[in-house]
Design a protein around this ligand. Structure first.
Ligand code: DGL
Length: 271
C-alpha cells in the first residue's frame, strides 16, 4: 500500500506547485498528476460542472492505483463536497492547509484572499478563516485573468501583461493594512514573484501548493502510508490537451524537462 503513487490533480499547471514541493519533501514518493488543460480554466465554471470533472479525474487516477488524492486546486477544494463523491480513497484539498497557515502567520488578523471567481463566489476561504479565527478581518479579490494567462504561456512570453493585471487586482490591498495574503489558487504560486513585487515584501504570501505538501506529508505519516522505497520516486504527468504548451511552462517552473513523462489522455472517456 505504502508504495502506491499519490494522485494529484488540477485544471492545468497550478497543481505543479504542490508536485514541486512534494518531490522536495518526499523524494521517494511516486506521483501521478493530471492537469485538465483542455477544460481549464475551472474558475469560471459552476459547481455542477466542476464536480462532474472531479469525478472523471478521480476515476482516471484510481485506475493508476493511487493511495491518496490531492485536489491541488483552490477552486475544486472550495466548491466540491468531497464526502459526497463516495470515493474510497482518502482525498484532501488545499483550502484547510492554506487557511491554517495564514492564521499562524498573521499578526494583525487582517488577511487577504485572492482566487478564481468561482472560489471567491463560494466564500469558502473567508468562511474557513473566520471559523478558525472569528476575530479576523478577511478581504477577498477575484483575479479572473491570472489562471488563463498562466495556462496560455504568458509567464514566459509576456510577464508585463501579467504585471498589469496584478497591479489592477492587487492595488485595493495596499490600503487595507493586511499582513498576509492567501494565494487561494494554486496557479498563483507560479507568479508569486510578480505578486510579491506589486504588494511589497511586508505582506506574507501563503502558497497553497507548498502548504498542501506539508499537510499531505502529515496525513501520509499518520496513516502509515509514507513510501518505504529507497530509490527516487517516479512522476508521471497526464494532460487532456496537446502537451506542448503545458510543457513550456511546466519545464520552466519545475526546472526539469518532464516531456518524456508527460502523456495526453482523453478525460471524457472516464465517468
Ligand atoms: N489552479 C486552480 C485553483 O487553484 C484553478 C484555476 C482555474 O482553472 O481557473 O483554483
Amino acid at each position: 500500500m505504502q508504495d502506491k503513487p499519490i494522485g494529484i490533480f488540477d485544471s492545468g499547471l497550478g497543481g505543479l506547485t504542490a508536485v514541486k514541493e512534494i518531490v522536495k519533501m518526499m523524494p521517494n514518493e511516486d506521483i501521478v498528476y493530471f492537469g485538465d488543460t483542455r477544460r481549464a480554466p475551472y474558475g469560471d465554471k459552476n459547481r455542477e460542472i466542476i464536480t462532474k470533472y472531479t469525478i472523471q479525474i478521480l476515476s482516471f487516477l484510481k485506475q493508476h492505483n493511487i493511495k491518496f488524492a490531492l485536489a491541488a486546486c483552490g477552486t475544486i477544494s472550495s466548491v466540491v463536497e468531497f464526502s459526497d463523491l463516495q470515493f474510497d480513497i482518502p482525498i484532501i484539498g488545499v483550502l484547510t492547509s492554506a487557511c491554517t497557515a495564514a492564521l499562524s502567520k498573521t499578526q494583525n488578523k487582517r488577511i487577504g484572499v485572492i482566487a478564481t471567481p468561482a472560489t471567491i463566489k463560494s466564500g469558502a476561504y473567508k468562511n474557513k478563516i473566520l471559523s478558525l479565527m472569528p476575530g479576523a478581518t478577511v478581504y477577498q479579490q477575484a483575479c479572473p485573468m491570472f489562471a488563463p494567462l498562466i495556462e496560455s504561456g504568458f509567464v514566459l512570453s509576456d510577464r508585463n501583461l501579467i504585471l498589469k493585471y496584478a497591479e489592477k487586482y492587487l492595488s485595493p490591498f495596499k490600503n487595507l493594512n493586511i499582513d498576509t495574503l492567501v494565494l487561494g489558487c494554486t496557479h498563483y504560486s507560479i507568479i508569486k514573484d510578480i505578486i510579491q513585487m506589486v504588494l511589497g515584501e511586508k505582506i506574507y504570501l501563503i502558497d497553497s501548493g507548498k502548504e498542501s505538501a506539508k499537510f499531505i506529508f502529515g496525513q501520509l505519516r499518520d496513516r502509515r502510508l509514507l513510501s518505504e522505497k529507497k530509490s527516487p520516486g517516479e512522476c508521471r504527468l497526464f494532460v487532456s490537451n496537446d502537451k506542448h504548451r503545458f510543457l513550456e511552462t511546466a519545464n520552466d517552473f519545475l526546472k526539469k524537462d518532464v516531456s518524456e513523462n508527460t502523456h495526453v489522455v482523453n478525460i471524457d472517456s472516464w465517468s
